[in-house]
Structure formats: C-alpha cells, structure tokens
Design a protein around this ligand. Structure first.
Ligand SMILES: [Zn+2]
Ligand SMILES: [Zn+2]
Length: 395
C-alpha cells in the first residue's frame, strides 16, 4: 500500500476517536454549543493558530497563516446535536437526556481538528492561508448564515471553501460529490383555513374548513405534477393537519403545515406563487378565507463545478477514481449553501456506512452512528483537497 499520507494520519486515529466520542457524549443544541466550542478553541490555540471566538454566539474560527502570499482556503464543520434520545448500545452513548449527535456533526468537528493537527505539524511548508470555521446551529438555526453575515469569509478573504458531511448511504472509504446543485432550498408554510363553525348536522349554515382542507391537500399536490417542468425537481409535502374536536362539530379553522423543496431559484419562486394561488382559489370557491405564513429557509446549495472537480481529482489521488461517486442532489437542506452563495467551493460526502458493524441507520434516527474509520479518512480527504488547492507538495 503506497499511501504515506494515509499512514501518517492513521497515527492520530485514537486521538480522533477520543475527541469524537467526547463530543458525542455531551451533545449541545444549536447556538448552545459552549462546551464543544471550548474544546475546539483550546485545541486550535494549542496548535498555535490565531483563534477568534464568539462568532454567531458559539462559533470558532482558526487561522493558519502560511509563509508568504497565497490563496486562502477555508473548511467548515457544524457542531450542533439534535433533540432526540439516543438508542445506541455503545459505551459512549449520549450522557445528556433527550439530546443526541444523530447527524454526525461530532465527526465533522473531530475531522476538522484532525486537519488542524496535521497542518500544525507542517506549518512551515504551507504557502497561503487555511481557515477553519466551526459553526453553530446547522439543524434549522442557520448558524452558517449568521457566520457569513458576521464576515467569516473576510480578513483574510476566503478564495475557496470546502465542507463535508458524513453519509450513511455510502460505505466508509468512498467519497460522494455533487457537480453543481447538492441540496435543496427548504421553505415552509403554515396555512390557516378560516371557516365558520357550527353543528355538524347543519353544514349549510356553517363554512366547513375541513372540507376545504381536503380539497386543498389534493390541489396543492398537483402543483409539482402540473406546473413545474418535469425536468426540474420540486417537492411539496404537507406534514401536519390539525382541526376540529369531535364528530358532530364543524370547527372554525384548520391548520396545515408543510415544506417546499426546490433546486433552483426560478422553481422556488414559482412554487411560492402557485401555492398561494391554489389556496386562494380553493378557499374562495368554498366561501372561506385564509391566512398564509410562508417562510424561506436555506437557499439551494450550489457547488462550483470546478471546485467539485478539484475535490474529485484530489480525493481520487488517494483512493482511486472508483471510490469517488457523483451523487444526485438531495432534497434535504444544508446551511453550507450560505457560504457558497458568496464564495466558490464544494460540499461533498464522506461514506460512513459499515454493514458488518451494523452502522446502517439514516440521519436523525435514534440509532444513527458512524464507522469511526471515517475520521482519519475524512482528515486525509480534506488534507488532499487543501494541498491541491494551495498547490502544496503532493503526498
Ligand atoms: Zn441533520
Ligand atoms: Zn447534518
């Protein structure tokens, strides 16, 4: 096996596992990652980097200034866990009731610290700058947006940014890339259908919002199949319906909650317009009124194709082309999209599935886990990408 870089990084595997498990045992929710953030900044300081704390409340940024002028490359990890009770029978199971690292952000933090440790050991060979971004609140809180607004991509200005997510749908040892669109825009809505309650036996003197909801649910699903170009991607899902109290009462109102996903800004806008038109049409036809609260979530995550090719080629150098897969976009969301709106870069996947070890569960499951071999593997992939981008020595 001719891979000296892999061998060098494998020496830090125990340390990586220890860090990941420590974070895993004490998960913290979005914008509350104080202990995780402290652990991160202590290591970055120990590595001798410039460290700035307090970004977006708990975010941390480390900077390694290389010799002489050069480009600045950034890598990013998210730090938050989820409000979920862990069911894994492992010694490092979450010690915090009702909180769990069920998306692998513990691994992301450990991997980025591994990359930091690697470059701290060869810092005098680095030409250019490397910035480490540890952000809070990826799970819906948009910590990435806050970091970007606070100027994390400036001083020094970031020329390219890379981020990765562990991926339970690929075995460990494989990398997945997206050429352009990687993840969807994630908007959401709350609809209130405002009817007029009364006795169930006298519907003619009421306005039944439950009937309106029934029509609306079928109509709203026709938007994707009848208004959106079949070659574009879109999802409209109603995830919650609530209204009424018992069998013989027509309620005053019904509430519907849903999510809207799309992979380009035009489709995103069209969905928003059509959803409101459909609500208006259905509800008016039944003589009722409505209230709509439509909120934009994360934008579409769009990679720079050149940066995605760089990721594919740099990773292939270590693991062979056959272990780098081009993935179809996912209709999930990622707040890494905010960095990519301002700066070229690429978001990719690190396989963390291992059937033999029973590590097969999806994200946000109480049984989600990672094959810890992904930790040194992830470090190696980031090191290769950074080396390639900054034009450092090939190893
Ligand atoms: Zn997640
Ligand atoms: Zn995640």
């Amino acid at each position: 096996m001719e891979n000296p870089l892999k061998e060098k990084i494998s020496e830090m595997k125990d340390w990586l596992v220890e860090i990941r498990r420590k974070i895993h045992m004490y998960p913290e929710l979005g914008f509350e990652e104080t202990e995780t953030s402290k652990l991160v900044s202590e290591w970055l300081e120990r590595f001798g980097f410039q460290v700035k704390k307090g970004w977006a409340k708990t975010g941390v940024v480390g900077l390694l200034e290389g010799r002489g002028p050069g480009k600045t490359v950034a890598i990013r990890a998210d730090m938050d866990g989820l409000p979920l009770e862990e069911a894994n029978p492992v010694p490092y199971v979450s010690r915090i009731k009702g909180k769990m690292h069920a998306c692998g952000h513990d691994a992301h933090v450990a991997i980025l610290l591994g990359v930091a440790r690697f470059f701290s050991s060869i810092r005098n060979q680095v030409g250019g700058n490397i910035k480490w971004i540890f952000q809070p609140a990826e799970e819906g809180g948009g910590g990435g947006r806050v970091m970007v607004e606070e100027g994390v991509l400036e001083n020094p200005k970031v020329d390219a940014i890379f981020g990765a997510h562990v991926f339970p749908f690929l075995p460990t040892g494989k990398v997945g890339i997206y050429e352009r669109e990687g993840l969807a825009a994630t908007d959401r809505f709350t609809i209130h259908i405002l009817g007029k309650g009364g006795h169930a036996a006298a519907p003619h003197v009421s306005k039944d919002p439950i009937l309106a909801a029934g029509h609306l649910i079928t109509q709203i699903h026709a938007i994707v199949s009848r208004n959106i170009n079949p070659l574009d991607s879109a999802v409209v899902t109603i995830g919650k319906v609530s209204g009424g109290t018992t069998f013989n009462i027509i309620p005053d109102e019904v509430e519907l909650l849903g999510t809207v996903r799309s992979l380009n800004p035009e489709v995103r806008e069209e969905l928003k317009v059509r959803i409101e038109q459909v609500i208006q049409g259905v509800v008016c036809s039944l003589g009722m009124d409505y209230r709509l609260d439509y909120r934009r979530g994360y934008p579409v995550l769009v990679n720079d194709p050149e940066m995605s090719r760089l990721v594919a080629s740099a990773c292939s150098e270590g693991i062979g082309e056959k272990n780098v897969e081009v993935l179809k976009p996912s209709m999930g969301g990622e707040d890494f999209a905010y960095y990519l709106e301002r700066c070229p870069g690429s978001f990719f996947r690190l396989g963390c599935r291992n059937e033999e070890k029973g590590i097969v569960h999806p994200y946000h499951s109480s049984l989600f886990n990672i094959d810890e071999e992904v930790l040194p593997f992830g470090v190696e992939m980031f090191v290769r990408i950074i080396n390639r981008y900054l034009g450092l020595n090939k190893s």
